[in-house]
Design a protein around this ligand. Sequence first.
Ligand code: NAG
Length: 447
Amino acid sequence: MKIIFGFLATILIVSLAPYSYASDPSPLQDFCVAVSDSAAAVFVNGKFCKNPNMVVADDFFLSGLNKPGNTSNAVGSRVTPVNVNQLPGLNTLGISAVRIDYAPYGLNPPHTHPRATEILVVLEGTLYVGFVTSNPANPAMKNKLFTKYLNPGDVFVFPEGLIHFQFNVGKTNAIAFAGLSSQNPGVITIANAVFGSDPPINPAVLTKAFQVEKNLIKMKIIFGFLATILIVSLAPFSFASDPSPLQDFCVAVSDSAAAVFVNGKFCKNPNMVVADDFFLSGLNKPGNTSNAVGSRVTPVNVNQLPGLNTLGISAVRIDYAPYGLNPPHTHPRATEILVVLEGTLYVGFVTSNPANPAMKNKLFTKYLNPGDVFVFPEGLIHFQFNVGKTNAVAFAGLSSQNPGVITIANAVFGSDPPINPAVLTKAFQVEKNVIDYLQAQFWSNIG
Ligand SMILES: *[C@@H]1O[C@H](CO)[C@@H](O)[C@H](O)[C@H]1NC(C)=O
């Protein structure tokens, strides 16, 4: 056990060391031990720092992670977090950890960390784990599922913002530890955020997004609120930290001849750069909304407009037929600011899992008219629904040249290959025939 713990520590150290491009707010001092000063009238993006003269070793110390978490709940797993909320010394340092316990056939259901990549080490048991890539550039392709069976000592990485899960396929308890690349990674349990938000998402949105009958969605809203077992805290005040990736992943190769990608694109010789590299036309033309959801996203990111490379921004035009829906999705690498030009949209986003497991993921909604602006924070599930009888048009800016998009229904029910139905049956707490039905649908990405 000691050896395996040592192994985990080594991974955490290595993960911080030579290959990470530190960017974003690097700490500006040795440490900034968190204090929750409720008397203060202002908030910062993260926690306040404790007076360095008052800092003690115990600010960097926590015990009890040898104790199993209680897995007596609907999904049969328990995440015990060690982030800045439990260990104040992590403040500003860009890393945290979790212990995960799994009962036999226990599931850590499909979820994302909006602000962190996760590296997981199995200590006991056998886990079936996987993650799903964001929507492919080619709409005829599906979101790709990567899975692996893990045994003790095995290590697996879940890239930042992507939907992932772990399922104990053994007859015994399983244990894993994981490091996360943020002191406050956040977690969004897909089933809870989509079907169990407070207040609920309008059933018309979910009916269209999941292409099912309305009574099934109503049932899901009533029963979909699982016990929130992932206590990794919501982080309205976190420091964004660490390198912002520009694609789902960039697997390292030592042989440069075998390299096909960098984290982003190669740069054009500056002597060859022309004005047209920064130019694109045609965004005045409506997108084709003749599809199952009645909307179309026309992207203007580094793939369409090469001059955006390295600049951290992109745009989209979104067209909505009457009652057209831009279904629940996330951008793993960007915040979005949306401006309505025509029509009336019902829009919303759902917060990540609250610290208090008795609370639900909170839904923020708004009706938007022409000229109205709304913000969808990085990594959170959001949607727009045209509630008018006419077409609607919106433009949005996104804070990455390659923000990525994960359409929740497609990634969960339409991946290639499909996620094991046992995982989805447990995660969504429905009968297997419902999952079979959903996985049999054709899940087209609209942009
Ligand atoms: C585990 O949780 C269940 C359900 O909340 C509870 O009944 C039980 O007492 C807990 N067990 C322990 C050891 O805390």
